[in-house]
Design a protein around this ligand. Structure first.
Ligand code: PBG
Length: 327
């Protein structure tokens, strides 16, 4: 055969394959989501997320230390309070669970980068991401509480805040309150392109945050839509978002690629609980090779264009990167 171009030429041997590799990754792009709960001495496995735990403030240090050893230096805190009420007051309580976890982590792990999820759903008795007016979440009333939450996180030592509630105008509300209290350099990573997704199921189990009635479709996006995601991203950037997140990751990598083309800020993608649990389930049944699928799904997110990857497999991925299995 007289073939001028033979794409296979560049696929012979690991050295050459690595030389021409288009996607390169390292652990500094990884963020690990960490669940902290009330109580002490608790390391409690999450039934729907085998291998993931809820930690109390006094035990979370073990996980932070092993993350740091693996080269993962960024975490995102999710709080699981004992007390929930109509207005989610635990979210913006200076002594709330996330605020206490932040102060402890700040003290014990001064080099770790501490990010917080800013949302009401873990703290409200009804499980919705804001305050209710009848059966609907009241957008504008919720903004004030989200802003207070973000401020209390910054005051407790958060390096970055990440609003995930999908209320309109929340990035502006948070930017305004942070700036007026001197936190001008605290970045906002906006969950701007967040879909109403069944992939969050195991998380809602983990955090006890399933809505008591209805669903989140009046604030999270319809998964049939794509241009709407670009609209959300552009709006949030106008309001002051420093980083734009697409969530979930798998099944939404088309959005990562599109957003990457449209914006000039870093793009994050969040491989959510359902993605984690599907891999764990498939692997535990022997249907799929766990290590290889973790590598492949992580690489696909970076190939699609994400700069930052939030994943429950952060520690494992950092290990695979060190071993040269991906990266
Ligand atoms: C809070 C929030 C959720 C997740 C991150 N922040 C749950 C939801 O929107 O219902 C999901 C994370 C995951 O599934 O891993 N609003």
């Amino acid at each position: 055969m007289n073939l001028t171009t033979r794409p296979r030429r560049l696929r012979y041997g690991e050295t050459l394959r690595k030389m021409v590799r288009e996607t390169r990754m390292d652990p500094s792009s990884l963020i690990y989501p960490l669940f902290v709960r009330e109580g002490s001495g608790i390391t409690e496995e999450i039934p729907t997320m085998p291998g993931q735990y809820r930690y109390s403030v006094d035990t979370m240090g073990e996980k932070l230390a092993s993350l740091q050893n693996a080269g993962v230096s960024s975490v995102m805190f999710f709080g699981i309070p004992d007390h929930k009420d109509e207005v989610g007051s635990g979210a913006y309580d200076a002594n709330g669970i996330v605020q206490r976890a932040l102060r402890q982590a700040r003290k014990d792990f001064p080099n770790m980068y501490l990010i917080t999820d800013v949302c009401m759903c873990e703290y409200t008795s009804h499980g919705h991401c804001g305050v209710l007016c009848g059966h609907e979440v009241d957008n504008d009333k919720t903004l004030k509480l989200l802003a207070q939450t973000a401020l209390s996180h910054a005051e407790a030592g958060a390096d970055m805040v990440a609003p995930s509630d999908m209320m309109d105008g929340r990035v502006a509300a948070i930017r305004t309150i942070l700036d007026s209290h001197g936190y001008i350099n605290t970045p906002i990573m906006s969950y701007a392109v967040k879909y109403a997704s069944v992939f969050y199921g195991p998380f809602r189990d983990a955090a006890g945050s399933a809505p008591a009635f209805g669903d989140r479709k009046s604030y999270q996006m319809d998964y049939h839509n794509s241009r709407e995601g670009i609209k959300e991203a552009l709006l949030d950037i106008q309001e002051g978002a420093d980083i734009i997140m697409v969530k979930p990751a798998m099944s939404y990598l088309d959005m990562v690629a599109k957003i990457k083309n449209e914006v000039h800020v870093p793009v994050a993608s969040y491989s959510v609980s359902g993605e984690y649990s599907m891999i764990k389930a498939g692997a535990s049944l022997g249907y799929i090779d766990e290590e290889k699928i973790i590598c492949e799904t992580a690489a696909s997110a970076f190939r699609a264009g994400c700069d930052i990857y939030l994943t429950y497999f952060a520690e494992e991925i950092a290990g695979y990167m060190k071993e040269g299995k991906i990266g």
